[in-house]
Design a protein around this ligand. Structure first.
Ligand code: ADP
Length: 201
């Protein structure tokens, strides 16, 4: 793929910058594990969906509201027992009426705080590992009501997911990671960023 990239794009290409870390074969295999999906995250039949929740874990607007509405009231009942969640952390619940088996509730930063956003993806993937789940879909955490700039958030999301798949021992057991996009601007951003972080021919 490198020949197809322009010079300035090459300088941004994560795989190229970090290729000392993995063999080309492993790198190519994991590029195919990452997908983008455009639509409603509550429609996905998958092991787990992540929820961009707030500290209370008792539901809110945006994707959080959509997930609680689709899962039904038992989700809120379970969340009441979880004792909330701080920014950057993640807690797991069942999916109830959702087609997804589990929900990974994570609380993104308010505004641009890359370390906190990175922790959201890392801690959600850690829950995936602890519960031996193989597939997960993420919404664009913090880019709605919490106001994280979309393009910067996309880079953090893809870089953190890529790093987990490559460096964590559980990476090879993960079958699929999906970024679930809801807005046209994110589709444009992710189409471009996927070429940098998960390039496929
Ligand atoms: P945050 O408070 O973390 O910013 P939001 O729910 O406001 O969370 O927004 C996060 C992202 O989720 C935004 O891109 C928003 O458009 C998107 N979103 C809203 N509803 C859904 C849905 N049903 N499925 C997937 N993504 C959604």
């Amino acid at each position: 793929f490198e020949e197809h990239l322009k010079e300035d794009e090459q300088s941004l290409c994560w795989w190229k910058r970090n290729k000392h870390r993995v063999t080309k074969k492993v790198s190519e295999e994991l590029n195919t594990k990452m997908s983008i999906f455009t639509g409603d995250i509550t429609s996905l039949e998958i092991d787990a969906i992540a929820n961009a929740a707030n500290e209370s874990l008792l539901g809110g607007g945006g994707v959080d509201g959509a997930i609680h509405a689709a899962a039904g009231p038992l989700l809120r009942s379970e969340c009441e027992l979880l004792n909330g969640c701080s920014a950057g952390n993640a807690k797991i619940s069942l999916g109830y009426k959702l087609p997804a088996k589990y929900v990974l509730h994570t609380v993104g930063p308010r505004g641009e705080k890359p370390d906190v956003l990175r922790s959201c993806y890392k801690n959600s993937l850690k829950l995936l590992k602890e519960n031996k789940l193989r597939s997960v879909a993420f919404p664009c955490i913090s880019t709605g009501i919490f106001g994280y700039p979309n393009e910067k958030a996309a880079k953090v999301a893809l870089e953190t997911i890529r790093e987990f798949l490559e460096t964590d021992e559980y990476g090879k057991d993960v079958d699929r990671v999906i970024m679930c996009l809801f807005l046209k601007k994110d589709v444009e951003i992710y189409r471009e960023q996927m070429q940098m972080f998960f390039p496929v021919d």
